[in-house]
Design a binder for this molecule. Structure first.
Ligand SMILES: C[S@@+](CC[C@H](N)C(=O)[O-])C[C@H]1O[C@@H](n2cnc3c(N)ncnc32)[C@H](O)[C@@H]1O
Length: 283
């Protein structure tokens, strides 16, 4: 199936239950974050992910863990070394990061955001456990909204503009075609420019055609696109293209982290990692 451009992206939300269950399975989160649907989807897909691993060597869970832990490590560094005191996690889904980082850093303010239905679910979950308070909140956002109450401008209106801010997206960007994605990044860079320091962290899977398992990867990616009833795009051929794209969107500094070349303990794959974590700073 060729990737279809859709004007909405609610079809992506169920995938948050799957990843939420993966974080729980690997003891990165508490039972409240594991939903019945997440457990069901994980059980249902286990034969498929096992087959993919046996046939192609691609280990989906280790790839997911690499991205989650690498983003955590960069966020921890920005808080401890860079003085970040407020974090916005867009497309938070059932990620436990807000909970874990608020526990770890008692002065941190953490704003989670997602499409309205997923945000409502997350708000209910955190509220039910007594984990929401004035420094840990959940808001509605749609990264495709250029204006209105779901826009980035509206989300950012409640942040403290005198303090550095860090924005994270995880498991989001490859679901969008390039024009939609670069539109979001351009609006995001403009918002971040209004803070003393504005950092954006995201993972990205580039179109690494020289990767030794490229054909299997492409196949696996098409499966993800089909399962989420949309498309899954591989953007940019290499680091140079990634840096140029982020600069074009308005970011001043761009670092590309490759899990195979970073000094952080991560689950290893038995092939070069196709994951990249981008750390971009606004002008
Ligand atoms: C694969 S899940 C990732 C969830 C979480 N970040 C994680 O890694 O477990 C994708 C998330 O993107 C959210 N999402 C999809 N389209 C969005 C949009 N237009 N704006 C904001 N969030 C969106 C979905 O609701 C879902 O929670």
């Amino acid at each position: 199936m060729s990737p279809r451009a859709r004007t909405d992206s609610v079809h992506i939300s169920p995938s948050a239950h799957y990843t939420g269950y993966v974080w729980y399975r690997h003891e990165l989160s508490e039972p409240a974050f594991a939903t019945g649907f997440g457990r069901f989807a994980h059980t249902l897909l286990t034969p498929l992910t096992w087959g993919v691993r046996e046939l192609s060597g691609l280990d989906l869970e280790n790839i997911l863990l690499q991205r989650h832990l690498l983003l955590d490590a960069r966020l921890g560094e920005a808080i401890e070394q860079g003085g970040v005191r407020q974090v916005v996690e867009i497309a938070c889904g059932l990620s436990p990061r807000g909970r874990r980082f608020c526990q770890r850093y008692p002065r941190l303010r953490y704003l989670e955001a997602d499409l309205p239905a997923m945000a409502a679910r997350k708000r209910l979950l955190l509220h039910g456990e007594g984990w929401l308070d004035s420094r840990h909140r959940v808001r509605d956002v749609d990264i495709l909204a250029e204006q209105g109450e779901l826009s980035l401008a509206s989300l950012f209106a409640e942040l403290d503009r005198s303090e550095p801010v860090l924005v994270i997206t995880e498991g989001l960007v490859n679901y969008f075609p390039l024009a939609a994605l670069e539109g979001f990044w351009t609006r995001l860079a403009a918002q971040l420019a209004g803070f003393p320091q504005g950092i954006y962290l995201t993972e990205l899977y580039p179109d690494l055609r020289e990767h030794p398992r490229y054909r299997q990867l492409r196949w696996g990616i098409d499966v993800v696109g089909r399962l989420t009833r949309g498309g899954y795009w591989l953007h940019y051929r290499d680091e140079l293209e990634i840096v140029a794209a982020f600069r074009k969107c308005g970011f001043a500094q761009v670092e590309v982290h490759d899990p195979d070349r970073i000094d952080i303990e991560l689950p290893r794959l038995n092939m070069p990692s196709m994951l990249r974590v981008i750390e971009a700073r606004a002008a």
